[in-house]
Design a protein. Structure first.
Length: 281
């Protein structure tokens, strides 16, 4: 974790304000008008004047509703650690921690805790839920297409071919982990595939070489999986469609930004690996 924080500082600076100041004047994004109307209304909201205590309570409830799905998924992870696998508690946390169920619980909680206690109109709530689907429908379909393309590449065993090719080169384990993770992620459209594939390949080396800094190897693999997020990544289309970008603009933003983070991360990994053993252990 300490390595991650150290490597993140220059990556955030270069990929954020530095590159942002360069690319922002060259972009002409046009987000979906319905999203703008939903999150940045032109007219002031017609709400009654609330007391400071009431407004604070609404804020706390709103934050809790937004974070509830994450809490449920965290509960699932903790349940796997502390509960027996076949116990009712483990099954309950696994059910509630399922991403689909967790999101559903979050929506239901928000409706019950934020709308009805404030005498919200059920018809308006239904209309709002229906309207919220319209601006994201195209994004969901495109993400599904990107996921299908990813599965085609995975079934074609592109990852296995890249791993086999990597055996032909004699490189530092840190650089090799970054390269394998990067190639798997770019080719399959899944950072998870890149991380799992690279980690699985280099796990025997990590266990047999006592001089290898394993935390830095994990960081290198994670950085490699971020490189050049493009059209076969679902996240690429999510950003592109949400902000109304062209393919070129999306490439200049999300793809380049993630590539900067990946390259700076690799540089920091190699730099940290040069530190004395006492500091890098």
């Amino acid at each position: 974790m300490v390595y991650g924080f150290i490597a993140a500082i220059p990556a955030i600076v270069l990929a954020g304000p530095v590159y942002g100041a360069f690319i922002a004047p060259r972009l002409h994004v046009s987000p979906d008008p319905s999203l703008i109307a939903q999150f940045a209304p032109q007219e002031p909201a017609q709400t009654a004047i609330r007391s400071a205590a009431g407004a604070k309570g609404q804020l706390v409830l709103g934050l809790f509703a937004a974070l509830l799905p994450a809490f449920l998924m965290l509960l699932h992870a903790l349940g796997e650690l502390f509960f027996a696998k076949a116990s009712p508690a483990a099954h309950t946390t696994a059910f509630l921690g399922n991403p689909v169920i967790a999101m559903l619980v979050g929506v239901l909680f928000a409706a019950c805790a934020l709308v009805y206690p404030n005498r919200g109109d059920a018809a308006k709530l239904r209309d709002s839920l229906s309207a919220s689907l319209k601006p994201i429908a195209n994004v969901l379909l495109i993400i599904a297409g990107g996921g299908a393309f990813q599965q085609v590449l995975t079934d074609a065993q592109v990852g296995d071919a890249i791993v086999h090719l990597s055996h032909q080169f004699s490189l530092s384990p840190l650089v090799l982990g970054w390269i394998i993770s990067m190639l798997l992620s770019v080719s399959t459209g899944s950072a998870t595939v890149g991380i799992v594939g690279a980690a699985g390949l280099l796990a025997p080396l990590a266990g047999s070489d006592p001089s290898l800094n394993v935390p830095l190897l994990a960081l290198a693999i994670g950085c490699g999986s971020l490189f050049f997020n493009y059209a076969n990544h679902a996240g690429f289309w999510l950003v592109k469609e949400s902000f109304g970008m062209s393919m070129g603009e999306a490439t200049q933003t999300i793809s380049v930004v993630q590539s900067i983070v990946a390259l700076v991360g690799l540089g920091m990994v190699l730099l940290l690996d040069l530190l004395p053993p006492l500091l890098s252990s």
